[in-house]
Design a protein. Structure first.
Length: 177
């Protein structure tokens, strides 16, 4: 039989312990993500995979808001974040800091997510786009690579928060551990 574990049995880090813990060599860049619930979900997923920072760009809302908190469940307090005027500005800055820029987008020449293998000792900035328009073309143009999530149905996209979960799970558990 199975018994659900109590939260007290999970051995989770406190927000203070999270701040001091080693992080994955990944940051997220959210390019004009309009839904505060998607932003909150991004915080919660980044916390789960111990991602270092989220760059909230353009029209992306920033904490504190009730909508972000509702989805983040407090992860907005553990995961570092910064607002940057544009995703392109964030990408240029992150590249200068040594990050490889990977836009998650359906694009010519994109690498299928399951085929992506991070370079040893590399740091990656993963760019996720607006719910309707995706990653801006100027940001795609400034990227070192594009990652595409294979899809087999009639729709051409996934919700951005779902995409974040799929990509982080794939990279962290299949490639970096």
């Amino acid at each position: 039989m199975f018994r659900k574990l109590l939260n007290s049995e999970l051995g989770r880090l406190s927000a203070e312990q999270y701040k001091d813990a080693d992080k994955a060599p990944l940051v997220l860049v959210l390019d004009n993500v309009r839904s505060q619930h998607n932003i909150g979900s991004a915080f919660r997923t980044c916390d789960a995979f111990r991602i270092g920072k989220i760059y909230l760009c353009g029209i992306s809302s920033t904490p504190p808001t009730p909508e972000i908190h509702k989805a983040a469940l407090g992860a907005e307090f553990s995961v570092d974040w910064e607002h940057v005027d544009t995703a392109l500005e964030a990408v240029v800055r992150l590249r200068a800091e040594g990050y490889t820029i990977a836009s998650v987008e359906q694009a010519e020449g994109a690498t299928q997510l399951q085929d992506f293998r991070p370079a040893p000792d590399a740091r990656y900035a993963l760019v996720f786009g607006n719910e309707v328009h995706g990653v801006a073309q100027e940001v795609v143009d400034a990227s070192d690579l594009c990652l595409e999530i294979p899809q087999y149905g009639t729709k051409h996209s996934l919700n951005v928060s779902v995409s974040i979960g799929i990509v982080l799970w794939n990279i962290i558990l299949n490639n970096l551990r």
